[in-house]
Design a protein around this ligand. Structure first.
Ligand code: PGA
Length: 258
């Protein structure tokens, strides 16, 4: 049984005071044990939030890292630095990193290898653009990104893949549950082919792209969707806690203190 992962990617949003306010509000919420909740804030909030989250059930992750262990890489952050701050996860190969910062599959698989070696769970992001989907190339693109992203990676016991169609990110136009499930099942079959059935059955595959409290339930009902990676709807603690509960009703979550 794969444990659900509900992950918030704040991107370049929230100064420290806003991040702290969010975390106080989210920690007051309750959710069932069957799901893991992860927040990936900007680097600048990691230190303070790791202190705030000591003893909490909320996991902390980063949005990027460098693949080298240390050295002359101005502006970069290493795996050890993230571990030092209590990060359990790191998002790698997000489409904004690929498109805006020119990251390619070689760079991304180097990062994946380093994260796995260091014991941080990589969330490897893949997904096609709208042109690629229209051209019928979705599976081919996803296959290339998954297989190149995992090149020379032999052990993926501790890895998460996020399918995030680029056309759905930040647009309000999410993939339908059927569209998402089709790609998720395909990704699982690729992992089966490259590794084994046991590894494929264990792998968590998240969907990302305009996930909100109204559409999360149907997405999560799909067999191969094991969680969600959420941008915009993760910025508000009330909205995000509704999303964690997969329920739009106002009374679906508790606000008691932990
Ligand atoms: P979105 O972003 O939920 O705002 O579409 C998702 C992501 O980029 O991870």
């Amino acid at each position: 049984m794969r444990k659900q992962l509900i992950a918030g990617n704040w991107k370049m949003n929230k100064v420290l005071s806003e991040a702290a306010t969010f975390m106080i509000a989210l920690q007051a919420k309750h959710w069932p044990e069957d799901r893991e909740v992860l927040i990936c804030p900007p680097f600048t909030s990691l230190h303070a939030l790791s202190k705030e989250l000591e003893g909490s059930k909320i996991f902390l992750g980063a949005q990027n890292m460098h693949f080298k262990e240390n050295g002359a890489f101005t502006g970069e952050v290493s795996a050890d630095m993230l571990l030092d701050l209590g990060c359990s996860y790191v998002i790698l190969g997000h489409s904004e990193r690929r498109q805006v910062f020119g990251e390619d599959d070689t760079l991304i698989h180097n990062k994946v290898k380093t994260a796995l070696k260091k014991g941080i769970t990589p969330i490897l992001c893949v997904g096609e653009t709208s042109e690629e989907r229209r051209a019928g190339d979705t599976k081919q693109i996803v296959k290339m990104q998954v297989l190149h992203g995992l090149e020379e990676v032999h052990d993926i016991e501790d890895l998460v893949i996020a399918y995030e169609p680029v056309w759905a990110i930040g647009t309000g136009e999410n993939a339908t549950p059927q569209q998402a499930e089709e790609v998720h099942a395909y990704i699982r079959s690729l992992i089966y082919g490259k590794y084994s059935k046991r590894v494929a059955d264990k792998l968590r595959i998240l969907y990302g792209g305009s996930v909100n409290p109204a559409n999360v339930k149907e997405l999560m009902a799909q067999e191969d969707i094991d969680g969600v990676l959420v941008g915009g709807s993760s910025l508000d603690a009330e909205k995000f806690s509704k999303l964690i509960m997969h329920d739009v009703s106002e009374n679906s979550f508790s606000t008691e203190n932990q």
